[in-house]
Design a protein around this ligand. Structure first.
Ligand code: SAH
Length: 282
């Protein structure tokens, strides 16, 4: 991963100006990311939210102070170490590792928590919800992609927006649904400075999916249900994978593959621990 510098493959306004299907959520951002802005010392976007003031983000309107530049270097080194750990744990797809290396996880946390961003642990994001541990984020994306660059991907449970940002580097178009309005807003605030053009956030009940955009080439659930909602199985393209935690107190990751119009197969992966999947919106 030595050469995986923040290098953004996203074409300018790649998906912002195009025709959208009716009901398709509006894109939230345009290209470039906070990391690149920080690395190049470019001006911080005026709309940058509180997350953009976390350590490592360099609002360089007046030039990046040396201390902040060394913070940035330290953050990148710590993130590379995280990726090395994830690779050692068995995630080998270079596009997934690179995405994990690009996205500044610390910018998705409250400044007081950002020091723990690169520890392999799930972390609180408010509203009794948590951001999944980095290994699990990478593992789920790896199992969903199975070595392919995907076209259209759906995430259920945007939370703080971290996993959605990682997904935006492994898929052409990413849709992410959150049922808690305050978290949907938090994710928008966190993601805005990153200017990711191929990510669309939707406030709603993810158990219903996004039928107006389906079929999806991959679906990830970031919350655990007792089973996987039928609507989501129906919105999976044939040949595509859905990865979800399933269970209550005891949970396992499942990978479901749609093998035909009315046929799905399921594999049970490792034990995990996620917040519950709940119906409706709040
Ligand atoms: N991927 C997130 C993880 C957030 S935790 C991140 O990187 O931060 C899981 C999230 O799933 C919570 O925010 C929770 O509110 C949300 N969730 C639970 N049930 C949901 C549903 N039916 N639809 C949409 N989101 C849901």
């Amino acid at each position: 991963m030595k050469d995986a510098r923040p290098n953004f493959p996203l074409p300018l306004s790649s998906t912002t100006g195009g025709a959208r299907k009716p009901g398709t959520p509006a894109p939230v951002f345009t290209p470039q990311t906070a990391t690149r802005n920080a690395a190049s010392g470019s001006k911080a976007p005026p709309e940058a939210g509180p997350a953009a003031r976390a350590p490592g983000y360099v609002p360089a309107a007046t030039g990046a102070p040396t201390a902040q530049r060394s913070d940035l270097a330290a953050t990148e080194a710590v993130r590379r170490a995280m990726v090395t750990r994830i690779a050692r744990q068995g995630v080998n797809d270079p596009q997934v590792l690179r995405a994990m290396e690009i996205v500044p996880r610390h910018l998705f946390l409250e400044p007081a928590m950002s020091g723990q961003a690169y520890v392999d642990a799930s972390l609180p994001i408010g509203h009794q919800q948590t951001m999944s541990q980095p290994y699990i984020v990478a593992r789920m994306i790896d199992m969903m992609c199975a070595g392919r660059k995907l076209e259209r991907v759906l995430e259920i449970g945007t939370g703080c927006g971290y996993q959605a940002a990682v997904l935006s580097f492994v898929a052409k178009d990413v849709y992410s649904i959150e049922r808690i309005k305050a978290l949907h807003e938090l994710a928008k605030t966190n993601l805005r400075p990153m200017r990711i053009s191929n990510l669309r956030l939707q406030y709603g009940d993810g158990m219903l999916g996004l039928p107006q955009v389906a079929p999806f080439d991959g679906i990830i659930l970031a919350a655990a249900g007792l089973d996987v909602p039928r609507a989501l199985l129906e919105q999976l393209a044939i040949g595509a994978h859905l990865v979800a935690p399933v269970g209550a107190e005891v949970q396992h990751l499942h990978r479901i593959t749609r093998t035909g119009k009315a046929e799905w197969t399921s594999e049970t992966l490792e034990a995990c621990h996620f917040v519950p999947l709940r119906p409706g919106t709040i």
